[in-house]
Ligand binder design. Structure first.
Ligand code: ARG
Length: 411
């Protein structure tokens, strides 16, 4: 009898490493490991070797940095996507991409199953399961860590008993996830939301107190709402993001402390480091403010919130996301220009912006000579604009019931 093939999303960490012998033992499966390079700073050849050493029959590494930047981060940036107004969705955006690679390899390998190492408490299980459903409804998803009831200590014991190497030196009280768009940290002392995150949780950002005393300016060039150059040098998006993570992180930019509402109903304390994301989102919004009209900005704002939420909720491969993408893309036609951002001791502030498509017109805005604004039109405009409010107030004054005298004034 041939064994059922399972294509497993493999990170090299404890959960996914234990999942290999666990799938073989409990499901009688043959495991194919897939590691997707989304810009996490790890040696992926080493990860691949570890998958094989842990019992995988085959192990793939897919370089998806450019794909991640162009097809996932780009759309999210153009939509100014921030979950609950603060989280740039770094982990959430990578999940549908990883699922797409799992599906691709499953089809290539003729595997009826895909698997991931997510637990039953988080958002990531939702994202992997729904992305797989949206791309390949015929595939079945197995989530070992959702099924097994092992504590961390038991997992380590299971690993030892099954010849899976456990790197005790890497053991940390924190659980982290990293990709181009950011780094997330959970667990340990962070589970007390009243306590300030200790300095040791940060890996990408310098403490603002220790950041350079001189500010640094970065200039980002956008075309159709997408960053195309840094400091005037044209750079592919994934390279631009990686470089900006380093530059902004060195100035202490990118730290986020979020009390987050998970899809599964749990509130959790999440710490993120997203230096490039915060700089690019600020720059993109500043450019939009210069080139887009007020009603479009206002309407787009509502779309942005919905877009951020659907990314968070694991609904990337849905018709709603595609339709909202089409709207956002249409809004970005004129979002062209340059934005300067000042990095200084933990802050990233837009210091200047310019665009050939600017709606800002000095001749209209100026209080100095050269003013072309027809100010005499303002009075008539205000009369018409304020007519409903004026009418309401006038009728209210007439229709108001006589004041009832207060008790003190009563005879
Ligand atoms: N709370 C964040 C999110 O839902 C981060 C999740 C981190 N995931 C992880 N496997 N460590 O997007």
């Amino acid at each position: 009898m041939t064994k059922a093939k399972v294509v497993l999303a493999y990170s090299g960490g404890l959960d996914t490493s234990v999942a290999i012998p666990w799938l073989a033992e409990t499901k009688g499966a043959e495991v194919v490991a897939v590691t997707v390079d989304v810009g996490q700073p790890v040696d992926l050849e080493q990860v691949r070797q570890k998958a094989l050493a842990s019992g995988a029959t085959n192990a793939y590494v897919a370089d998806a940095k450019a794909e991640f930047a162009e097809e996932f981060i780009g759309p999210a940036l153009r939509a100014n996507a921030l979950y609950e107004g603060v989280y740039p969705l770094s982990t959430a955006l990578a999940r549908p991409l990883i699922a797409r690679h799992l599906v691709r390899i499953a089809r290539k390998e003729g595997a009826p199953f895909v698997a991931h190492g997510c637990t039953g408490k988080g958002n990531d299980q939702v994202r992997f399961d729904l992305s797989t459903a949206g791309l390949a409804p015929e595939l079945e998803v197995i989530a070992p860590a959702r099924e097994w009831a092992m504590t961390r200590e038991e997992e380590i014991g299971y690993a030892a008993a099954h010849g899976v190497a456990v790197d005790a030196t890497k053991s940390s009280p924190y659980s982290t996830d990293e990709n181009l768009w950011g780094r997330s940290v959970e667990c340990g002392i962070l589970e007390d939301p009243a306590v300030e995150p200790p300095e040791e949780v940060y890996g990408w950002t310098r403490s603002p107190a220790e950041a350079p005393d001189a500010p640094e300016y970065v200039t980002i060039t956008f075309e159709r709402g997408t960053p195309v150059a840094l400091g005037g040098r044209r750079t592919p998006l994934h390279g631009l993001i990686a470089e900006l993570n380093r530059t902004a992180g060195a100035h202490g930019v990118g730290r986020i402390d979020h009390l987050e509402s998970r899809v599964v109903g749990i509130k959790s304390r999440e710490v993120y480091e997203c230096p490039a994301a915060l700089v690019l989102l600020a720059a993109h919004q500043a450019l939009e403010a210069l080139v887009l009209p007020r009603d479009l900005l206002d309407f787009k704002h509502g779309v942005e919130q919905r877009y951020a939420q659907l990314i968070y909720d694991g609904l990337w491969f849905t018709p709603l996301r595609e339709a909202l993408d089409a709207f956002v893309t249409a809004t970005q036609e004129r979002v062209l220009g340059e934005v300067a951002v000042k990095l200084f001791k933990g802050s990233a502030r837009v210091s200047g912006r310019r665009s050939p498509n600017a709606l800002y017109q000095a001749a209209l805005a100026t209080y100095s000579t050269g003013d072309q604004y027809r100010r005499q039109m303002a009075e008539g405009f205000i009369y018409v604009w304020g007519l409903p409010a004026r009418t309401w107030a006038a009728i209210g004054a007439r229709a108001a019931p006589p004041r009832i005298a207060s008790a003190a004034q009563r005879p």
